[in-house]
Design a protein around this ligand. Structure first.
Ligand code: GLY
Length: 341
């Protein structure tokens, strides 16, 4: 399906006036793209979102549900051993345990999450089962693992040799600087031994042919984190939020800052007030800077959002944040998000 690859930097993706229209034009540097309401579309964070979107599109393109699409989509990076920030192969905590955080939310407002789940690659699928099979929203640690095993998941070793090697290199200095998610390449190379794939959370939002939106978010979290540390990714409202009347948002970067501002919920509420997706993401980033100006140049946070019309936008603190888009017109588009710095 995928044989075209585009990389563009978009200006403002949509005006708030467009947001009120069922058909909107998106002005890009290299293209004019028309969005039709209720046409399936999937977007996700980072370059690795391209492969994830392809898996989601296999479902969306055949008229499948957005919930099935986002689960299938984010399972791709979860299983990708080259990806050291999501799923199996993720970098461990500072004690050598790979612990996964994930959440999922559907168009009816149902949601499920797992926190610090060990020994199961597809944290997102366990999160979905929490949503569908329990009266709860979140399961953590041992309880989440027990629930997964009771539901047929196999216990696996998630610490892959490359990640173990990087962890052992890190242990030589064991500098605890929880600022891993800066997506600036030179910064990452300094901080992460041997890592060429230091991107962060995958957050995905999809609209299906029925016009319903779902979202998913999954990560192994901050590399070499304190044992028990949880970021934004499994927290509904922080790492992910979907309101089927308005749209959805997801976050990537240093989770603590996203949690402090309840970032994804904020983005959706701003879209409800008429902000375009990009403007809403920008305002959420500005709130982080306002609360913590001293940290704003030394950490990364990015937001990605899509409204009910299928208009999308992103904004990040630092340059280098990318996201991937897949719909009927383009299957492998990577867009460089705008940033403050
Ligand atoms: N955004 C991923 C984390 O902070 O864990």
């Amino acid at each position: 399906m995928i044989n075209r690859r585009k990389f563009i930097q978009l200006g403002s993706l949509a005006t708030s006036a467009m947001a009120l229209s069922p058909i909107a034009s998106i002005q890009g540097k290299n293209r004019l793209h028309t969005v039709k309401a209720n046409q399936p579309i999937v977007i996700s964070t980072w370059d690795f979102g391209v492969a994830a979107n392809q898996a989601a599109w296999e479902i969306l393109g055949k008229g499948g549900k957005s919930l099935d699409a986002v689960e299938a989509g984010v399972k791709v990076p979860e299983a990708d051993l080259k990806n050291v920030t999501v799923g199996k192969g993720g970098y461990p905590d500072r004690d050598g345990h790979v612990t996964l955080d994930a959440c999922i939310m559907d168009s009816a407002g149902n949601c499920g999450a797992v926190l610090a789940l060990e020994h199961v690659t597809h944290a997102i699928s366990v999160a979905r089962l929490v949503m569908e099979k329990t009266p709860h929203v979140m399961l953590a640690g041992e309880g989440a693992l027990q629930f997964a095993l009771q539901n047929g998941f196999e216990k696996e070793n998630l610490l892959m040799p490359e990640s173990e090697k990087a962890w052992k290199e890190w242990l030589e200095k064991a500098e605890y600087k929880p600022i891993i998610n800066i997506e600036n390449e030179s910064f990452n190379k300094e901080r992460l031994p041997g890592n060429q794939y230091n991107h962060d959370t995958i957050g995905m939002l999809a609209i299906d042919a029925d016009g319903h939106m779902s979202g998913a978010c999954t990560t192994s979290g901050m590399a070499f984190k304190m044992r028990g540390r949880i970021g934004d990714s499994p927290i509904i409202g922080a790492g992910l939020y979907v309101d089927d009347e308005v749209g959805g948002a997801t976050a990537t970067g240093v989770g603590e800052e996203v949690v402090r501002t309840v970032g994804s919920f904020l983005v959706v509420e701003l879209m409800r007030q008429g902000y375009s997706p990009e403007a809403a993401c920008k305002e959420a980033v500005q709130r982080i800077i306002k609360k913590k100006p001293e940290a704003s140049k030394s950490l990364q946070v990015g937001f990605l959002a899509m409204n009910k019309q299928g208009e999308y936008g992103a904004y990040a603190l630092q340059g280098g944040f990318t996201f991937a888009v897949c719909d009927q017109q383009q299957q492998d588009l990577i867009i460089k998000g705008k940033s403050v710095y």
